[in-house]
Design a protein around this ligand. Structure first.
Ligand SMILES: NC(=O)C1=CN([C@@H]2O[C@H](COP(=O)(O)OP(=O)(O)OC[C@H]3O[C@@H](n4cnc5c(N)ncnc54)[C@H](O)[C@@H]3O)[C@@H](O)[C@H]2O)C=CC1
Ligand SMILES: O=C(CO)COP(=O)(O)O
Length: 344
């Protein structure tokens, strides 16, 4: 029996721990706050993050990091991306040698612009990523906890590590594909949150399905552009962690990024929204990091740029839409066309 340790008892960590336990792994869930841990132990429910869903009684709930992580075969990091480095520093002393460490967080580190597996590699393995896996794809915890059919992707440069996670978590309602393009899978999962905020802004402004579809389609185009510059394979973005996650996050009733965008469209600020929720809205930091990354690499990302101006420079959302719609006309496949010397 494998020991699976999940770090972070927010919505995603709780849902993943539930799957691990239901798949008969010896499962531990690390909870940051004693009060929440006691409540979950008593009620078998995480009322703060997944109210109304009973979780497996087989999950060992603990606030003791050493107890949770030591001797674990698989450690799943499910804290917000801004907490990944700090948590990795704390748990590295307890890891056994051949442990597989999984990043389930979707974000880019501010300042360093690093993906989560890069942060983990630095903190745990002196930069080596051979025991690291990124888990990503269209998977709202609220549906996973109800065992609604879901398909996601486990990416690693080490196929054996990705398959170990696949074997541990896959079941009839939770299908896991493997992929070796960890760069593309992580970027797809992080960058779709920027477009999901824009999709929410569009809804908040009272726009329709056409606008959302346009944002999703042109959004994936700019994600691919940056992804290629950072070493990702273009085909990864047509997969679960690319277009798949983009579709779900831009249209789901559960997406916190989309809901935050709706509030921005209705006139609320990033500060007001962040202060009004206990849940993480990864897309805020990711918008800032992506805007700066695009500038650094000279990549054209007009939607991300307008999102940045609205979120952090006080630009009016309607004016941002005007800026996007009134740009000079272009060929839809301008990037490919210019590579083939067919520029008009
Ligand atoms: N909720 C979902 O459906 C999915 C979430 N994710 C990703 O998983 C990650 C975690 O998200 P959620 O579980 O949804 O977040 P959440 O907002 O539901 O919960 C966050 C959890 O992290 C803990 N936490 C917050 N700050 C911390 C810190 N400084 N140190 C240690 N722990 C801290 C909180 O106590 C809480 O347990 C995010 O990167 C998110 O993008 C990925 C796929 C699905
Ligand atoms: O990544 C997710 C679903 O795949 C969760 O998205 P939100 O953080 O917007 O809820």
């Amino acid at each position: 029996m494998l020991k699976v340790a999940v770090i972070g008892a927010g919505s995603w960590g709780t849902a993943l721990a539930n799957i691990a336990a239901e798949n008969a792994n010896c499962t531990y869930l690390w909870v940051r706050r004693r009060k929440l841990a006691d409540e979950i132990i008593k009620t078998h429910e995480n009322r703060l993050y997944l109210p109304g869903a009973k979780i497996s009684t087989e999950i060992n709930i603990s606030t003791n990091l050493e107890q949770v992580v030591s001797k674990a075969d698989i450690v799943i990091m499910a804290v917000p991306s801004h907490a990944v480095r700090v948590m990795a520093k704390q748990l590295r002393y307890y890891l056994k040698n051949d442990v597989v460490v999984v990043s389930a967080s979707k974000g880019i580190e501010l300042d360093s612009f690093k993906r989560m597996s890069q942060v983990l590699a630095e903190e745990l393995y002196n930069g080596d990523n051979k025991n690291l896996v990124a888990l990503s794809g269209p998977s709202h915890a609220e549906e996973v906890i109800r065992n609604l059919p879901t398909a996601i992707v486990a990416a690693s440069s080490n196929q054996h590590a990705a398959e170990m996670l696949q074997d541990a978590l896959m079941n009839t309602n939770f299908r896991i594909y493997t992929n070796t393009d960890i760069i593309g899978v992580e970027l797809g999962g992080a960058l779709k949150n920027v477009i999901a905020i824009c999709s929410g802004i569009s809804d908040g402004l009272g726009f329709g399905d056409n606008s959302r579809a346009a944002l999703m389609t042109r959004g994936i185009t700019e994600i691919i552009r940056l992804g290629i510059a950072l070493g990702a394979k273009p085909e990864t973005f047509s997969g679960l962690s690319g277009i798949g996650d983009l579709i779900v996050t831009c249209s789901s009733q559960f997406s916190r990024n989309r809901k935050a965008g709706m509030k921005i469209g209705q006139g609320k600020t990033v500060k007001e929204i962040t202060e009004s929720t206990n849940m993480v809205i990864e897309g805020f930091n990711t918008t800032k990091a992506t805007f700066l990354l695009a500038k650094k690499y000279g990549i054209e990302m007009p939607i991300t740029e307008q999102a940045y101006l609205v979120l952090f420079e006080g630009k009016n959302p309607a004016a941002a839409v005007n800026s996007l719609m009134n740009r000079v006309g272009k060929h839809e496949h301008e990037d490919t066309i210019s590579q083939n010397f067919f520029i008009r």
